[in-house]
Design a protein around this ligand. Structure first.
Ligand SMILES: CC(=O)N[C@H]1[C@@H](OP(=O)(O)OP(=O)(O)OC[C@H]2O[C@@H](n3ccc(=O)[nH]c3=O)[C@H](O)[C@@H]2O)O[C@H](CO)[C@@H](O)[C@@H]1O
Length: 375
């Protein structure tokens, strides 16, 4: 089995690609995998570290308006399709999968022109521009949300399959007591996990000050707040200035980034999150009730659409970023922990939305294309 997989730009496109590739390898003998990305994207750092063979092409992103820049980009895209075709002809894949980000455009287009089976995976409710264009060419589209279908416009009915978004297997295998021990959490307190996406979120970080003051030394709740690398030092400094002693007061833990997120999720009773599709897939797979504050500048406001799905099912409460205040956040948390039945109900609804088997379903869908071809 020979697989080319491509996705890039943010972690939200790269981690799904890694998870899907590993799942395909698990389901097949002798799987050879090649990842295609760009030199500039985060994938150039992550993918070789994860042990995959990595080739790069040059690609420019399209602007969301008509411009001279876009006309130049179209010409350079023709060059990228040509370089992708060269890599594809050399590697001879059985199937090519794209997980979003503009690098997928030329790679999947070239594969489709070369009559190789193709599939894209769309994580969000509102598809990205590259996946929207590619939907005209590829054999299958695996969507993370059922609601995504209607935003693809023209497609063949059998082309779109609702699989859910792929999550790392450790998200499901991590145990609660293991997570508590690894992060120094008290098993007798509820744990609130606060994460503003992979780079942190300033508005959530700012609002958290009132939350610290409200719950400092609380015997009921402990807070694990992931600030993002860039604001970590200033936040810790401000907390000290406000008179909270992080080491002796004991129920607030501040981290710049979590490399062991699955363990934190295993310990969490309630989460405050942005609404990136992979983070939400992880929350629902574990059945964690959440307060969501979608990133307001995401393309076509897609995070809000992701978040509203959880809200509609009763799995989360959603606050628009511009309406967020520390007092509101502290009150909402207080209300939820005062009403364990509500929290339990939200947890059940969250779990009901989770698709822990999504990676396997996506891998099997890709393999079905290979089988179809060899018939
Ligand atoms: C700003 C923006 O446009 N972001 C997009 C980006 O999300 P982005 O990559 O920011 O966020 P996601 O929530 O989708 O994924 C983040 C991943 O990083 C992990 N993590 C995060 C923080 C941390 O400290 N440790 C850690 O391991 C999470 O567990 C998760 O696996 O791609 C997603 C999927 O297409 C989109 O839905 C998001 O809208």
């Amino acid at each position: 089995m020979r697989l080319i997989i491509s996705g890039g730009g943010t972690g939200g496109h790269i981690y799904p690609a890694i998870t899907i590739a590993r799942e395909v390898a698990k389901l097949t003998d002798d799987c050879e995998i090649l990842f295609i990305g760009t030199k500039q994207g985060l994938e150039a750092d992550i993918i070789p570290k994860e042990g995959f063979n990595f080739s790069t092409i040059e690609v420019r992103g399209l602007e969301r308006r008509i411009s001279w820049q876009n006309i130049r980009t179209l010409f350079s895209t023709a060059g990228s399709v040509w370089s992708s075709a060269k890599i594809i002809k050399r590697f001879k894949p059985d199937v090519v999968i794209g997980t979003g980000g503009y690098v997928c455009g030329p790679v999947l287009l070239a594969a489709s022109l070369l009559k190789i089976p193709t599939m894209i995976q769309e994580q969000n409710v509102i598809p990205g521009i590259t996946n929207k264009i590619l939907s005209r060419f590829v054999d299958k589209i695996a969507v993370g949300y059922q609601e995504a279908e209607r935003y693809f416009g023209r497609y063949k009915p059998e082309q779109i399959v609702f699989t859910g978004n792929p999550i790392r297997p450790e998200v499901m295998s991590a145990a609660r007591n293991e997570g508590q021990a690894a992060l120094g959490l008290d098993p007798n307190k509820l744990t609130l996990l606060v994460v503003g996406g992979s780079r942190g979120a300033r508005s959530i970080n700012n609002a958290m000050f009132d939350v610290y003051k409200h719950f400092n030394r609380s015997p009921r709740i402990q807070i694990l707040h992931v600030t993002g690398q860039s604001e970590y030092n200033s936040i810790v400094g401000n907390i000290k200035q406000s008179g909270i002693d992080l080491s002796s007061d004991g129920n607030i833990i501040i981290k710049p980034y979590l490399y062991n997120m699955p363990l934190a999720l295993a310990a969490a009773d309630l989460a405050i999150f942005r609404a990136g599709a992979v983070g939400l897939a992880e929350l629902t797979a574990r059945g964690i009730p959440a307060i969501l504050i979608p990133y307001p500048y995401a393309a076509e406001n897609h995070q809000e659409f992701n978040a509203r799905v959880l809200e509609t099912y009763g799995a989360a409460k959603v606050f628009p970023d511009k309406e967020l205040t520390g007092a509101k956040l502290a009150n909402t948390i207080e209300n939820l922990i005062d009403n364990p039945a509500v929290l339990l109900d939200m947890a059940g609804k969250s779990r009901g939305l989770g698709r822990p088997q999504a990676a396997e379903a996506i891998a099997r869908l890709a393999l079905s294309l290979v089988k179809l071809q060899s018939k």
